[in-house]
Design a protein around this ligand. Structure first.
Ligand code: GMT
Length: 375
């Protein structure tokens, strides 16, 4: 098929999922066109069936805010027409689903029928989308999509609770290419550059927004390092980073906490990691947790949102109540202090990701694209 993918091209989970999906679809023989304001960070152009179309914003002094939706929907119309796209798969409702609806209407006017599949990722529903500023438009564009998916049962329930939804929402879990993480283990391991041989490595990866509770990460680690020689890798960047850095200084553990910024080498970093920390206030899915498990890393997380669908308590890691720093630290210590226990959790984590394999998830999206044309 000929598929247009619209996403945020950044380090966020929705952009990563959209990019990996597009590359996998191209590998399977589909023609894929990314339509976004920058080349997605994880996009590599090894397939000739992958295309990227940049949405260019014109600056004009009258605008206090650039009308991105207008530029995006115009670009969608142009690309659908030029390449005969059959489906526009938009990731993250705001403003992508709304812009896709406008594109669809403009194309209908020209006698062209393009189908719109919207995938809800989390904050587009739970944090931003349900805010009164956006709610009307988000609800409208979800209801007007040809097919709607959510990345977990938890997110589906949240969407039905927060909006007046007339469409059936299908749950299609995020997926992971386990092999990529196996390969990261094959090369030279630079673990030695990050920690002493006797030290354990704990890692957190996020966009450092308040919802990620990065201060909790530091406080959990502070308790762990008192019991077990260890280092903490803080990967990513965002508004809470400085606060987390200051907290590490205040707790006098700054020499044990490495702030690494955004990275495209997530698989390599995870291959050195013993335990992954994700104490989020909410997570519709927790792609970072799944990536950690793909690298055989147990996950210590909260039990919020879709996390219990991904991280299985007592099997792939442990779940705790939001803010239970003591509980999460103890869980990490219990895993880390015993080599045998650690290895068991590592094996369980790697085994569990099979449920989220590309082979399982990709056909679900392909069926959905086809279904648009029969329903
Ligand atoms: O977590 C973020 O703030 C980024 C956000 C995004 O849209 O990129 O992540 C959301 O989508 C990811 C991919 O489906 C999920 O794995 C994350 O759990 C979800 N984040 C939240 O629900 C907070």
């Amino acid at each position: 098929m000929k598929i247009g993918i619209v996403c945020y091209p950044t380090f966020g989970g929705s952009g990563v999922v959209a990019t990996e999906l597009g590359m996998a679809l191209a590998d399977k023989g589909h023609e894929v066109h990314f339509i976004t304001y920058n080349q997605p960070v994880r996009l590599d152009f090894f397939s000739h069936r992958l295309h990227f179309h940049e949405v260019v914003l014109e600056e004009y002094p009258l605008f206090q805010y650039q009308p991105y939706e207008l530029a995006l929907s115009s670009k969608m119309v142009e690309v659908v027409q030029k390449y005969d796209l059959e489906v526009l798969h938009v990731h993250y409702a705001i403003p992508h689903a709304y812009a896709a609806y406008m594109a669809k209407k403009m194309l209908q006017d020209k006698g062209i029928d393009v189908k719109v599949v919207t995938t809800l990722h989390g904050t587009d529903i739970t944090l931003v989308g349900s805010h009164p500023t956006y709610k009307t438009a988000v609800e409208f564009s979800i209801n007007k999509s040809d097919e709607v998916t959510a990345v977990s049962n938890s997110l589906k329930e949240d969407t039905l609770r927060l909006f007046n939804i007339e469409k059936d929402i299908k749950v299609v879990y995020n997926f992971i290419d386990g092999e990529k993480y196996d390969k990261a283990h094959e090369g030279e391991c630079k673990r030695v550059a990050l920690a002493q041989p006797e030290e354990r490595i704990l890692t957190h990866i996020s966009n450092f927004r308040p919802v990620k509770r990065t201060d909790d990460v530091i406080r959990i680690f502070n308790k762990v390092q008192k019991e077990i020689p260890s280092k903490l890798l803080m990967v990513g960047d965002g508004p809470e980073r400085l606060k987390a850095e200051n907290l590490a200084k205040e707790l006098e553990i700054e020499d044990k906490v490495l702030f690494m910024g955004n990275s495209t080498e997530v698989a390599k970093i995870l291959c050195y990691t013993d335990v992954f920390l994700l104490p989020s206030e909410t997570e519709s899915f927790g792609l970072a947790a799944l990536e950690a498990m793909a690298a055989s890393t147990p996950v210590i997380s909260t039990n919020t949102g879709g996390l219990p669908e991904v991280n299985i308590d007592g099997v792939t890691g442990f779940l705790s109540e939001l803010g239970d720093i003591e509980g999460m630290a103890n869980n990490a210590i219990n895993i880390l202090k015993d080599e045998e226990v650690l290895n068991e959790f590592k094996e369980n984590a790697k085994e569990h990701i099979k449920l989220f394999s590309l082979d399982n998830i990709l056909p679900a999206y392909e069926r959905l694209y086809k279904k648009c044309y029969v329903s």
